[in-house]
Design a protein around this ligand. Structure first.
Ligand SMILES: [Zn+2]
Length: 86
C-alpha cells in the first residue's frame, strides 16, 4: 500500500511544517540555542538569506526569523563567509 503510506506521510509533514529536518542525528530545533547549526536547505546569497532545515530563516547579518514569526536581531559582527561554489 504505497499510496496510502505516502498520504500519511504528507499529512505528517503538514503537521510539522516547521521541521523539515531529515538528517540523522536531527539538527537543533528552531527553539534551541544552536539553531544556526542546522543544515541550510535553501540558500539565496543574492537576497542575503538562507533557510535552515529546522525552519529558521537565517539572514546574512546573522538576524533570524523563526518559524513561529519571532525575530532575532543580528548578534554577530558581519563577516565574509566563504562559499565554495565549485
Ligand atoms: Zn537537518
Amino acid at each position: 500500500m504505497q499510496s496510502k503510506r505516502r498520504r500519511t506521510d504528507a499529512i505528517t509533514r503538514r503537521k510539522t511544517t516547521a521541521t523539515m529536518c531529515q538528517h540523522q542525528p536531527l539538527c537543533p530545533t528552531a527553539d534551541s540555542a544552536d539553531r544556526e547549526a542546522a543544515h541550510p536547505v535553501a540558500y539565496h546569497p543574492e537576497q542575503g538569506w538562507s533557510l535552515l532545515c529546522n525552519g529558521v530563516l537565517l539572514f546574512e547579518d546573522t538576524g533570524e526569523l523563526l518559524p513561529d514569526g519571532q525575530i532575532i536581531a543580528p548578534h554577530r559582527p558581519l563577516r565574509t563567509r566563504h562559499v565554495t561554489a565549485a
